[in-house]
Design a binder for this molecule. Sequence first.
Ligand SMILES: [Zn+2]
Length: 166
Amino acid sequence: MTDVFTPEKRSAVMAKVKGRGTKPELQVRKALTVLGVRYRLNRKDLPGSPDVVMAGRRLAIFVHGCFWHGHDCARGSRVPKANRDYLLAKVARNKARDAAAEAALMALGWRVETIWECDLKDAEALRVRLEAMLQRPYPSPDLSPAGRGEEMVPLPRERLGEGAAR
Ligand SMILES: [Zn+2]
């Protein structure tokens, strides 16, 4: 597929479409960088294309906007009157897709964490939570075929740059 956008324009478009590169996601990435963690973004070969991936830890993180992903919080339950049915249907689809992606990732031996937009209000709490995630032990080697030292790629159309050599 030809990419019709410049990289800048393309990421702006993606940010609109998927919430990619949005402020909440940047905030999480920044917090991880401060903790000295290396990660990859938007692994499209994984179910749901998680926002942040730490393959060695088999840890996938989604950063979700409270409204669009139907969080059970004040912000998430505020529904505009205009286009209400349309918006609610869209949120319901997103929630179903999120649940399916999480189940698929877990079936592949991944640990899945969701960070909500409203979790980001407290930077210190976020840091503590990320640290706790990072301190959890690496998954057991026999949890999945990936434990045998291979990157498990569900859609092996082409090997991505990363591969087994990480
Ligand atoms: Zn929320």
